[in-house]
Design a protein around this ligand. Structure first.
Ligand code: GLA
Length: 359
């Protein structure tokens, strides 16, 4: 996968690394409230190839770019894509390792801006490439923490750590149960006979960073009003009912969502996980208010299918993709019926997983 680097820079790279996107099955907007999440890695990945540069600047080229982006050491690029890479370089430097100018090539089959953590995949792949290049002693949890810092400090999204932990530690065969407070992880097998279907609503996510930061602030304000360090510490949903709006609904989503994740991983019951995913979507729509009419329509079409155990939006919301838990042997049929119905209603959806249906 280093051919893009070679074709661009005329020599092989010094280090190549890749990292996957993720889809989250359950636990939305719980990570930055110290709660629990259940993502799984996707087959789609981002690959970053790096080589020591001759000159004094960094040169970054992605397959999607018409021209390379250049920046001097310590100079924050204007272009948002470049900021993620710059942030990763800064994180490595913050840990005391100098990073000399590099030629960097990025290629990816992970769609951007649909809620499947393309930014985390870029950050984790960049940090992995820098780790290999500099022989740095960084473990996968440290890589995730550095990736999250890069996103918060240089891309301006006060994200939690789910996406970076999933990209750094998850695989495509198991879900990754993560406690975002302790960073303890456990691989969790999907219920027997089930598989994950991911469909993009075709509506790009809009205003994600500002709306995301606003939700995060509302959660912090709810904590102040409840006198707790984080919403994770609220055990009973009833405890939030006395709050005024919007804090009541925001906190109710987080507290109930965290409980749903803990219930789901207490066994391996597909019917139960599906039901909890449906409840999660309703809570994201009504209490956290991060859904859109297209996401609601797509989720309803999925939920109407007898072979679908449950469905919800995935990631931050405000557009992007939906995830469904399906009976594995009927997933192809479900995908084509739902996409057909969605198109008839005017939507432009596209299938993103499972990979064997993408051919
Ligand atoms: C984005 C953030 C994550 C998480 C999800 C919502 O993907 O980057 O940290 O908060 O939204 O679950």
């Amino acid at each position: 996968m280093s051919s893009g680097f070679e074709a661009t820079f005329g020599r092989p790279p010094d280090a190549v690394a890749s990292a996957p996107g993720r889809v989250n099955l359950l636990g939305e907007h719980t990570d930055y409230n110290d709660g629990c999440v259940l993502p799984i890695a996707l087959a789609q990945r981002t690959t970053v190839s790096v080589g020591r540069a001759e000159g004094a600047e960094f040169t970054l080229l992605s397959e999607g770019f018409a021209k390379p982006l250049r920046f001097l050491p310590g100079q924050l690029p204007d272009e948002p894509f470049g900021r993620y890479v710059f942030g990763c370089i800064r994180e490595v430097e913050r840990r005391g390792h100098a990073v000399a100018p590099l030629d960097i090539h990025v290629s990816s089959d992970l769609p951007m801006g649909v809620g499947l953590s393309s930014s985390a995949a870029l950050e984790v792949a960049t940090l992995r490439a820098l780790r290999t290049l500099g022989h740095l002693a960084l473990d996968d949890v440290e890589i995730a923490q550095m990736a999250q810092r890069a996103e918060i400090d240089y891309a301006g999204v006060r994200c939690g750590i789910m996406d970076q932990m999933a990209s750094s530690l998850a695989d495509t065969e198991h879900a990754l149960f993560l406690d975002a407070r302790s960073l303890a992880t456990r691989l969790w097998s999907l219920p027997k006979g089930t598989a994950v279907l991911v469909i993009d609503s075709g509506v790009p996510r809009s205003l994600v960073s500002s709306a995301f930061n606003e939700r995060r602030r509302e959660c912090e304000e709810a904590c102040e009003r409840l006198g707790v360090a984080s919403l994770r510490d609220v055990r009973r949903v009833a405890a939030v009912e006395s709050l005024a709006e919007p804090w009541r609904r925001r906190a109710r989503h987080v507290v109930s969502e965290n409980a749903r994740v803990l219930r789901a991983v207490s066994g391996h019951d597909g019917e139960l996980l599906g039901r909890l995913m449906n409840e999660s979507h309703a809570s994201l729509r009504d209490d956290f208010e991060v859904s859109t009419s297209e996401l609601d329509r797509l989720v309803s079409l999925l939920q109407e299918q007898p072979a679908v155990l449950g469905a919800k939006l995935t990631g931050a919301g405000f557009g992007g993709a939906c995830v469904a838990l399906c009976e594995a042997d009927r997933i192809g049929e479900v995908a084509s019926e739902v996409l057909g119905d969605y198109r008839r209603l005017g939507g432009r959806g596209r299938l993103l997983a499972p990979p064997d249906l993408l051919a």
